[in-house]
Design a protein around this ligand. Structure first.
Ligand code: SF4
Length: 184
């Protein structure tokens, strides 16, 4: 029986991530990513890579965003479109339970898109030029206990297919390593 786990794109390809500058955060996430992948490969778990909604909309030169900025119909439509082939794969694996066990989905906590238990919020918009209070605006970003927009759309689509009892969703989050490690 093959075990299947769907994972956020950057768990397998960190080149898709927004450029980060906090080295301690980068190191902590990378350490957990390697532990998680090592455990998955050693356990024979097959990994299906979700598409990266931000890279496929804004490319590699994008700024870091907050989830409020992606909470619009255009971003949600983009998520839905690129997630449809993933939903189809989930359904096919689930339909053949004698061959496959779908372990679930692992996202990335803190991300405005792929956060599962936590995402980042702030009231960010507008140009940088000529504005005052930029530092206060940047500092207003907070981690909140809800999903990022891509994961919200994925959860909606899973629910529409009535698969919510069959698909567990967890996340890679350095402060809570057991969340992703326990999915394997
Ligand atoms: S949008 Fe998701 S897959 Fe893309 S870089 Fe961010 S967390 Fe990773």
């Amino acid at each position: 029986m093959k075990k299947i786990l769907f994972v956020s794109h950057c768990i397998l390809n960190t080149a898709s991530k927004v450029v980060l500058y906090n080295q301690a955060d980068i190191d902590a996430e990378e350490d957990l990513r390697v532990r998680f992948l090592t455990k998955a490969v050693q356990s024979g778990v097959q990994l299906v890579q979700l598409p990266c909604p931000e890279f496929t909309l804004y490319g590699s030169q994008r700024w870091g965003h907050v989830s409020n900025q992606f909470d619009n119909v255009f971003f949600r439509n983009h998520c839905r479109k690129i997630l449809q082939p993933i939903l189809d794969q989930m359904k096919e694996y689930l339909q053949h339970g004698e061959m496959f066990e779908v372990l679930g989905v692992v996202g990335i906590d803190g991300s405005p898109s792929c956060g599962v238990d936590y995402t980042c919020e702030a009231n960010w918009f507008g140009s940088f030029e000529g504005r005052t209070g930029l530092q206060e605006t940047l500092d207003s970003c907070v981690l909140v206990k809800k999903s990022g927009i891509f994961m919200q759309v994925l959860k909606d689509m899973i629910q529409e297919e009535q698969l919510q009892d069959k698909i567990k969703i967890s996340s890679l989050f350095a402060p809570e390593p057991e969340k992703c490690l326990n999915m394997i």
